[in-house]
Design a protein around this ligand. Structure first.
Ligand SMILES: NC(=O)c1ccc[n+]([C@@H]2O[C@H](COP(=O)([O-])OP(=O)(O)OC[C@H]3O[C@@H](n4cnc5c(N)ncnc54)[C@H](OP(=O)(O)O)[C@@H]3O)[C@@H](O)[C@H]2O)c1
Length: 259
């Protein structure tokens, strides 16, 4: 995905990319010759060491990379995240809004603190990222891809994150209209069920999930491929859409997993 006009490598920032789906997206970009900013939120733990190892791996592939600790729910940290991306990598072509965090419990049982965190991390944080990145994305005629989930449309008793995903899919539609005038494309990828760290918790709350055949589980790489496609010129006819990548799981309401 090299910028053929001047041989400058494009740059991708993927929020929450030291592990899980974000990591697979970061790898997809780096292996395709894109410089990558790897973001994580927790200091001094596994995420930080994983982010640093990823940066070294990417540099050995011949692209430039940087790891940046920033909590997207805090506007000043988002300012820092974008500033560090630009000062280390020089530009920003692709902003992938992947980071998410939410408790698994019914909406009516959320404490005020949890409700605040839910909205700040999964709605406001994404908008902070877009606002801070806007001028750089405009300069690069860039792309924004949001990572959504089936919870935006389907009920799950313990998944308040679904309502934030629904709100963000509306934001994606609205931004695609307003930002197209600046040459920025905005789309989303909605994933089915992926076996990441969050799945280990989800399976405790979704009855029958363990009965789901292996063939319905989506791999992080399958999501990453569609994100990459949406950042490529091949997706030029797509705007404001949420592309579902769930191996067809949501096509049928009535599936007998016991067979
Ligand atoms: N797993 C699934 O089945 C599935 C399905 C469809 C869609 N999705 C979506 O795909 C995305 C990634 O999911 P995943 O399963 O890979 O998640 P995960 O394994 O739980 O990882 C979440 C990532 O988000 C980061 N993060 C959380 N809060 C953050 C904050 N405030 N600021 C910056 N980074 C933050 C984490 O960073 P730290 O490591 O520093 O905590 C981590 O890198 C999410 O948007 C999720 O909703 C997941």
């Amino acid at each position: 995905m090299e910028d053929s006009s001047n041989n400058i490598r494009p740059c991708a920032l993927i929020t929450g990319s030291s592990r899980g789906i974000g990591r697979a997206i970061a790898v997809r970009f780096a292996k395709s010759g894109v410089d990558v900013a790897v973001n994580y939120s927790r200091e001094g733990g596994k995420s930080e060491s994983a982010a640093k190892a990823l940066v070294e791996e990417f540099k050995s592939l011949g692209v430039n990379a940087v790891s940046i600790k920033a909590d997207i729910s805090k506007k000043d940290e988002v300012k820092y995240l974008i500033a560090e991306t630009i000062s280390n990598l020089g530009r920003l072509d692709y902003l992938v809004l992947n980071a998410a965090k939410a408790p698994f419990k019914p909406i009516e049982k959320l404490f005020e603190r949890e409700l605040n965190d839910l909205v700040r991390t999964n709605y406001m944080g994404n908008i902070f990222c877009v606002q801070e990145a806007l001028s750089y994305l405009e300069a690069a005629s860039g792309k924004i891809v949001f990572i959504s989930s089936l919870g935006s449309k389907y009920y799950n008793a313990s998944y308040p994150l679904g309502s934030m995903k629904a709100a963000m899919e509306a934001v994606v539609r609205d931004l695609s209209e307003t930002l197209s005038k600046k040459g920025i494309s905005v789309n989303a990828v909605s994933g089915g069920i992926v076996k990441t760290d969050s799945f280990k918790v989800l399976r405790q709350y979704v009855e029958g999930l363990d009965m789901m055949p292996e063939s319905f589980f989506v791999t992080p790489e399958e999501i990453a491929d569609v994100v990459y496609f949406l950042c490529s010129g091949q997706s030029r006819g797509i705007s404001g859409q949420t592309i579902v990548v769930d191996r067809g799981m949501s096509n049928s309401l009535f599936r007998n997993f016991t067979k």
